[in-house]
Design a protein around this ligand. Structure first.
Ligand code: FES
Length: 174
């Protein structure tokens, strides 16, 4: 079976079975914290788990979450498309998120964002041809006092980023 394309409407049953099993195993302890008739309130953690396991929160993953939580795919889609931390398309091996909100912009983030787009040959949300890096422009990362801020792989916050530091960061993303 060809790999599921998350950009097209798809059925969660097309997702790899071993990954669905891992999803169910990770979701089970989360659901224990919710009353049985309020499972749909676990949509954010369910999507988060799905994104970690499948690499995206596309339509099939949304369907799977909805099915397991006893709600509609439309409800899952609402949540998945509202929060920027959910990716409805697969990202590259690394995710580089640069804040261009006011504090960061005043400290040069807009110019660095342009530098990044040129350097990587992508637009906002794009992934390099080799699949190594996805670039995203994001709103405030909560690091305004140490702007400009860049978040790497949703884990490492780089602060007081300069164009030179940006090159060092890029060099470390292999
Ligand atoms: S404005 Fe960029 S981290 Fe707050």
């Amino acid at each position: 079976m060809p790999p599921h394309d998350p950009t097209k409407p798809g059925d969660w049953k097309d997702l790899p079975k071993d990954q669905v099993a891992r999803f169910d195993a990770a979701l089970a302890p989360v659901l224990q914290r919710y009353p049985p008739d309020k499972k749909e309130a676990a949509m954010i953690p369910a999507l988060r788990i799905g994104q970690e396991i499948f690499g995206h929160a596309g339509t099939a993953v949304q369907q799977l979450c909805a099915e397991r939580l006893g709600t509609s795919p439309a409800r899952a889609e609402e949540v998945a498309t509202f929060y920027v931390m959910f990716h409805t398309h697969p990202t590259g091996k690394h995710l580089l998120e640069i804040c261009t909100n006011v504090s960061c912009c005043l400290a040069g983030a807009d110019r660095m964002f342009e530098q990044l787009k040129r350097r990587l040959g992508v637009e906002n949300g794009g992934t390099t041809k080799d699949g190594r890096i996805t670039l995203r422009e994001v709103e405030c990362l909560g690091s305004c006092g140490t702007a400009p801020a860049v978040l790497v792989d949703e884990k490492v916050m780089e602060e007081r980023v300069s164009p030179q530091k940006l090159e060092t960061i890029l060099g470390g993303l292999q």
